[in-house]
Design a protein around this ligand. Sequence first.
Ligand SMILES: *[C@@H]1O[C@H](CO)[C@@H](O)[C@H](O)[C@H]1NC(C)=O
Ligand SMILES: *[C@@H]1O[C@H](CO)[C@@H](O)[C@H](O)[C@H]1NC(C)=O
Ligand SMILES: *[C@@H]1O[C@H](CO)[C@@H](O)[C@H](O)[C@H]1NC(C)=O
Ligand SMILES: *[C@@H]1O[C@H](CO)[C@@H](O)[C@H](O)[C@H]1NC(C)=O
Ligand SMILES: *[C@@H]1O[C@H](CO)[C@@H](O)[C@H](O)[C@H]1NC(C)=O
Ligand SMILES: *[C@@H]1O[C@H](CO)[C@@H](O)[C@H](O)[C@H]1NC(C)=O
Ligand SMILES: *[C@@H]1O[C@H](CO)[C@@H](O)[C@H](O)[C@H]1NC(C)=O
Ligand SMILES: *[C@@H]1O[C@H](CO)[C@@H](O)[C@H](O)[C@H]1NC(C)=O
Length: 696
Amino acid sequence: MIPTVGLILSLLLAFVTAQSVFTPARPPSIPLAVKSPYLSTWLPAGASGTDGGYLPGHWPTFWAGQVLGWAGIVRVDNTSYVWMGNPLGFNNLTNQTSAEYTSTSSTFTMDVAGKVFLTVKFLSPVYPNDLKRQSLIFSYMDVEVVSADGNDHDIQLYTDISAEFVSGDRGDVAEWDSGNADDVVFHKIWKQTPLLFSEKNDQSEWGNWYYATDGVDGLSWATGADTDVRGSFSQDGRLSDTKDTNWRAIDDHWPVFAFSVDLGSVGTDSANALFTIGLCQDDAIQFLGKSGVVSLPSLWSDFFDEDEDALTFFHHDYDNAVSKSSKLDGKIAEDSVAAAGADYLTITSLTVRQAFGGLELVGTEKKPYLFLKEISSDGNAQTVDVMFPAHPILLYTNPQLLKLLLDPLFENQESGHYPNKWSIHDLGRSFPNATGHPEGDDEAMPLEECGNMLIMTLAYWQQSGDSQYLREHYKILDQWTQYLIDEALIPKEQLSTDDFAGALVNQTDLALKGMIGIQAMANIADITSYYADARNYTAIAASYIKEWQTLGINHIATPPHTTLNYGNNASWGLLYNLYADALLNTSLVPASVYAQQSAFYPTVAGTYGVPLDTRHAYTKTDWQLWAAAVASEDTRDLFIGCIAKWIQETPLSVPFTDIYETGDGGFGDAPHFMARPVMGGAFALLALPKEGAHAW
Ligand SMILES: *[C@@H]1O[C@H](CO)[C@@H](O)[C@H](O)[C@H]1NC(C)=O
Ligand SMILES: *[C@@H]1O[C@H](CO)[C@@H](O)[C@H](O)[C@H]1NC(C)=O
Ligand SMILES: *[C@@H]1O[C@H](CO)[C@@H](O)[C@H](O)[C@H]1NC(C)=O
Ligand SMILES: *[C@@H]1O[C@H](CO)[C@@H](O)[C@H](O)[C@H]1NC(C)=O
Ligand SMILES: *[C@@H]1O[C@H](CO)[C@@H](O)[C@H](O)[C@H]1NC(C)=O
Ligand SMILES: *[C@@H]1O[C@H](CO)[C@@H](O)[C@H](O)[C@H]1NC(C)=O
Ligand SMILES: *[C@@H]1O[C@H](CO)[C@@H](O)[C@H](O)[C@H]1NC(C)=O
Ligand SMILES: *[C@@H]1O[C@H](CO)[C@@H](O)[C@H](O)[C@H]1NC(C)=O
């Protein structure tokens, strides 16, 4: 058929008229169900497409980009409209009118033919102070319908998930079942041949996925081929309550796991249905600790006997989840706006689910551990220089979480599983295998990681007062300090955390980190009554920082600035490690250096921020926010304004990246990082010590 002018016009019109408001911004990707490295479901939303960020007509995706079949349809007076996904054969979409994100939720509102409004709220609660709840890998979707025109309408809701959640290989065979427990009806889906501790395309290949809802009157359910199940709903307004028992490949007549809720006649009093999606894995992490390699169970399994107990507890806990989440949202909003205005909240609130979504609680109530996946850059487990940029969000929400993240690193190295005298870079090449590097052949970032461990350990003490922790680990902390004393003043050619930019000798910012690390150890020694060490290390740090100011600063430039590396006067870079001096209140670095950098950054800022250094036009979002946290108010606001503008305008459609081109906001020649927990560094400003903390 040759499209007529009228058809083209009406298509154009549909695009132009169906417009959604985005609050506080249209980010590159909107978190839907984001709770762990494996429950990580997003809606691509970048500004490059005209329709990014619209739930009806688009499939949600895994963070890495592959589609995750998650569909929503509503029947209004016998006519079906799609409110989520892009199911085959359904051409009527609801009109999305708004999308809003907070720290813990994303909410979409649709206008359905002027008859009803439908609101979908995705809530991934974050419980920094409640390990039992935080350990559950589940997320909520609440769907609410209310009359738009004042009349009563006949409403049936429909939603399903496909087996795409259970494996990263769409040719793999899934099995499934349906059941009920404690007034909750659920579908359970798993791989026919689970592969323990394995991933394909970053999806996990073991465990049971659940999709659940309340067992109310008017609920019907079915499993079967996507077009059959959705078609029968559209036809009948209900499902058959039957199971398809023909186990098959994920992409073989796409089995879907569906619910329909008949809400009956809905007027100006709203009606709703609540759904829970998530993953249960008994074993979660392999860890090389003090008793050799062990399987660590998911922490929730210490609180619940069966998957179903965990599932029904979570589902029935919704009211509590809403109240706790709105408190956390409110606190973050209030603190962010008070600290640096609304643009800052646009940034911080987009990072919360992402940062916590890179973490997983395992072990037992008596001995819990927190593990981190280096999402998207290389999949390493417990990468120290990924924890480091992320750790301000833990200091802000609950410093005990930082301890749980540091514990496995201390345990592995203190029990003799790492041969090098400096700190390990990570605990394993591929999450969830934290099986260490007994050969010492990890990616070498010796100065970087020694400094990071010392700084994070003192930061934990500072906000917890846990001196015993410093005593327990004094020996290895002191060992790493010796490395810094040898290497920090004149750093050999080596990688810093910004490894994508290559190795370099005499890196100014890396040297600074080493010196702050030495001063951190001086403070640790003082707190633990090793007074001779304290005096010695204080003197060493003081002499190093004096020399550093000659070696690492171009004093004759206008304005003066630190260099990227010693003697390279034309070079510069973000001096983000300066933040650690302020965080620890070490008073090592003179105020003049802070003032100098604040005056310099605006002179090299691009449209979307200040480049990382003179080697590339790209920048790091996390390090800019670290630099901003210790800058003058004007320079801080410049950084924050640029990043908030980038969130709104970037052509990228991936979960919040921490690296982008400052000129056009795309990736440029940068590696394609996304969804990394490092964005917890957005909380740098809020993690700075307040008077009265255990300040040094
Ligand atoms: C919907 O279909 C049912 C059954 O065919 C019919 O009884 C009802 O009147 C229809 N409702 C509307 C609003 O068209
Ligand atoms: C699409 O919606 C219109 C009314 O809004 C209805 O007349 C039409 O039948 C619907 N199409 C389908 C395929 O359901
Ligand atoms: C969506 O909006 C367009 C343009 O206003 C309108 O033509 C269409 O009927 C609306 N669809 C629904 C389902 O509301
Ligand atoms: C983790 O180790 C197991 C062997 O213990 C292996 O089968 C699995 O593929 C590894 N996982 C990853 C993500 O490399
Ligand atoms: C590193 O800096 C020191 C101090 O300025 C200098 O002596 C040394 O030559 C530099 N190393 C290299 C390889 O440039
Ligand atoms: C200070 O520390 C350095 C490095 O550990 C050591 O070589 C030196 O002997 C110490 N000096 C004193 C006075 O303890
Ligand atoms: C680099 O800057 C320093 C001042 O910080 C100056 O003493 C030195 O001569 C400069 N080097 C070159 C090669 O211009
Ligand atoms: C930082 O340390 C100084 C002493 O060196 C102290 O007076 C000040 O209160 C501390 N600041 C904070 C924010 O704790």
